[in-house]
Ligand binder design. Structure first.
Ligand SMILES: Nc1ncnc2c1ncn2[C@@H]1O[C@H](COP(=O)(O)OP(=O)(O)OP(=O)(O)O)[C@@H](O)[C@H]1O
Length: 251
């Protein structure tokens, strides 16, 4: 008897459901009837060439933009919905941090937007700073941070309010391989605690770490599945080959 996909991967509840979502800018259709679903507690990757529509899709999912057609449901609620925002952590592609403020001041500022204060604020600040290995750097102005440190601080900001869903747009761009590995260890730790993670990436070894992936090309989801399923379906030995097959249409 075939095993349902959700049972096969050990997940059940659907956390993010995108149903035939479309988005155009002017005459250009950037997303065309995109559908996918992400289950609670999985790391789901969006993989596709530059300009394929990943960031646009992420913005629809987080409610920053509204689809022209179709729908997005997050944690059972139709998006956009203000009350859901406190349950999402979003890390955009470019860091939105205050350079003149210290890391600690940045964390306090963003946490205050979620109503965190007092001992709870201190507890969360300590926890996220440890998680992204910036505990010793909290008093430094962010303008003195390297690109990788800023990326890690942005991740810390997204984690401050203990979101159930984490949406990360290319979280490791500009980060060296050692730091990249440690960020992925953190993401795997969060997954173990039941956090659902949606991540866009261009990096194949990161794609391999996802439970499931959607391959996006020219605004369409052209394949979904686990890394092994995508490799098998495309007759590829490596994720890189699968990406080229799906993304570049080379074979
Ligand atoms: N606000 C906008 N106005 C007009 N065009 C836009 C807008 N936002 C995105 N686009 C266009 O939509 C297409 C998809 O962009 P998007 O940023 O979603 O791609 P991406 O897959 O995230 O790319 P990358 O991997 O390079 O970040 C691109 O051609 C982009 O120029």
């Amino acid at each position: 008897m075939p095993v349902p996909e959700s049972a096969a991967h050990g997940f059940s509840e659907e956390c993010i459901v995108v149903d035939k979502a479309s988005k155009s800018f002017g005459k250009r259709t950037v997303l065309d009837q995109v559908s996918l679903s992400v289950k609670k507690g999985e790391i789901y990757g969006l993989l596709g060439p530059s300009g394929s529509g990943k960031t646009t899709l992420v913005r629809l999912i987080t409610g920053l933009d509204i689809p022209d057609g179709g729908s997005v449901t997050l944690l059972g609620e139709p998006m956009p919905k203000l009350s859901i925002l406190s349950r999402i952590g979003y890390m955009a592609q470019s860091d939105a941090l205050y350079g003149e403020l210290t890391a600690q001041e940045n964390l306090s500022f963003f946490a205050s937007l979620y109503g965190l204060k007092g001992p709870e604020l201190d507890r969360r600040m300590k926890a996220v700073a440890e998680l992204v290995k910036l505990s010793g750097e909290l008093k430094k102005p962010v303008q003195q941070f390297s690109g990788g440190m800023k990326r890690r601080l942005s991740l810390a900001v997204a984690l401050m309010h203990e979101p159930e869903v984490l949406v990360l747009d290319e979280p490791t761009v500009g980060i060296d391989p050692v730091l990249r590995m440690s960020i992925w260890e953190e993401l795997e730790g969060l997954r173990q605690r039941g956090v659902t993670i949606l991540v866009t990436t261009h990096v194949m070894d990161e794609a391999e770490k996802c439970d499931r992936l959607a391959m996006i090309r020219d605004g369409h989801v052209i394949a979904t599945g686990s890394p092994d399923e995508l490799k098998t379906a495309s007759g590829s030995a490596t994720m890189e080959d699968a990406f080229v097959t799906y993304g570049g249409g080379v074979r």
